[in-house]
Ligand binder design. Structure first.
Ligand SMILES: NC(=O)c1ccc[n+]([C@@H]2O[C@H](COP(=O)([O-])OP(=O)(O)OC[C@H]3O[C@@H](n4cnc5c(N)ncnc54)[C@H](OP(=O)(O)O)[C@@H]3O)[C@@H](O)[C@H]2O)c1
Length: 333
């Protein structure tokens, strides 16, 4: 089979397509012919070695966690799926899964075939949900739904979403927009995109200071910040835009400890979507996508032959919605 392969830690231009044996499922796992796989920021952090202490990789390493595909073989003891079934979901390298304490393992989704642990991190892909869209939704959907559950949002609250134009933003903004006032940060070229997601106001973070501009528009500060972009000190600075007694929900690795914010009144939560997953999560995400309450997040498509380029573009260019790679030379259905 063809697979995208990293042979050492490094930037995405070192990635290359190789012919590798099709992986065997093994007990508790299933083999799929991958139709589509989506890129995530964590793929880059794992491959460039940034998180190698937490997630050491075995090389050759096939990236990719989020996928859709067709079940082609079942390992021993797998009874919840059938050969020929269309599925989508999430799997991580074994070291990631062990570190986070989740059972979702994969051999790597950026390949024509991959093996995934059978369980709640996989679900049937319903008719009507395209393979590309289904592949784009697992990580961002899990995390977006976890943010919404954890946030306990009240009608009419003012919520600043930092990094609204990316993958998780494409889930949280539309699912929140009917009950709270969303102020999104986005560059000028993404303004219409985040407005279409449901943001009532947009701050161009490249043109204005996000905190000053937010406090100019909401003088007392917002009720909540959802942070999908900032790390370290810039996030501590951004919390100035939260009113006394407000909340900060953050998904980024590099979110400072609550004590670093120096505010007793602020509730700081780091949201980990994978830890909140239940057997209902992926079906709920699929339902939102089918109903249109979640707009299709796919904004860029590549073929497997272009997968290395897809990662280079993802690393170096502006990021809007989700980037998806289809494995066949034909567009995924
Ligand atoms: N905890 C979890 O379970 C979990 C799961 C998935 C992802 N994550 C993490 O959550 C974060 C968001 O994930 P994602 O998939 O949404 O990422 P993404 O698709 O790369 O989107 C991030 C967005 O942030 C914007 N951005 C970058 N710098 C910014 C700044 N200084 N101010 C405002 N916006 C800025 C980017 O816009 P430009 O492209 O214009 O810079 C992009 O639109 C990442 O750090 C990811 O690693 C966590």
């Amino acid at each position: 089979m063809r697979a995208l392969v990293a042979k050492q830690y490094g930037p995405p231009h070192l990635l290359a397509l190789e012919d590798l044996p099709i992986p065997d499922p093994g007990p508790g796992r299933l083999q799929v012919r991958v139709r589509a796989a989506a890129l995530n920021p964590a793929d880059l952090l794992m491959m460039d070695g940034t998180v190698r202490d937490l997630v050491p990789l075995d090389f050759p390493y096939i990236p990719g966690t989020d996928f859709s595909g067709t079940v082609t073989a079942l390992g021993k003891d797998v009874e919840t799926f059938e050969v020929g079934e269309e599925v989508f979901g999430f799997g991580a390298p074994p070291s990631f899964a062990a570190g986070v304490g989740i059972p979702a393992i994969t051999s790597g989704a950026m390949a024509e075939y991959a093996v995934f642990a059978a369980g709640d991190f996989l679900a049937r892909r319903p008719d009507g949900l395209s393979a590309e869209t289904a592949a784009a939704l697992p990580s961002t959907g899990m995390t977006g739904l976890a943010v919404i559950e954890e946030g306990q949002f009240q009608p009419g609250e003012k919520v600043l979403v930092i990094g609204a134009g990316g993958g998780i933003g494409s889930v949280v903004v539309p699912l929140l927009a009917d009950r709270v006032d969303v102020i999104a940060t986005a560059s000028y070229e993404d303004e219409q995109y985040v407005r279409d997601l449901g943001a009532g106001e947009v701050i161009d973070y490249l043109e204005a200071d996000t905190v000053d501009e937010c406090l100019r528009r909401v003088p007392g500060g917002v009720d909540v910040i959802i942070n999908l972009a900032l790390k370290g000190d810039p996030l501590i600075e951004a919390a100035r835009a939260i009113k006394p007694g407000g909340r900060l929900l953050s998904t980024t690795p590099g979110t400072p400890a609550p004590s670093a914010f120096g505010r007793d009144d602020l509730a700081v939560s780091v949201v980990m979507g994978t830890l909140k997953l239940t057997k209902n999560t992926l079906p709920a995400i699929a339902t939102h996508a089918l109903r249109g309450t979640l707009p299709d997040p796919v904004t860029r498509r590549y073929r497997l032959s272009e997968a290395a380029l897809a990662y280079q573009d993802f690393a170096h260019t502006h990021s809007r919605g989700k980037v998806v790679v289809t494995m066949s030379d034909e567009p995924a259905p």
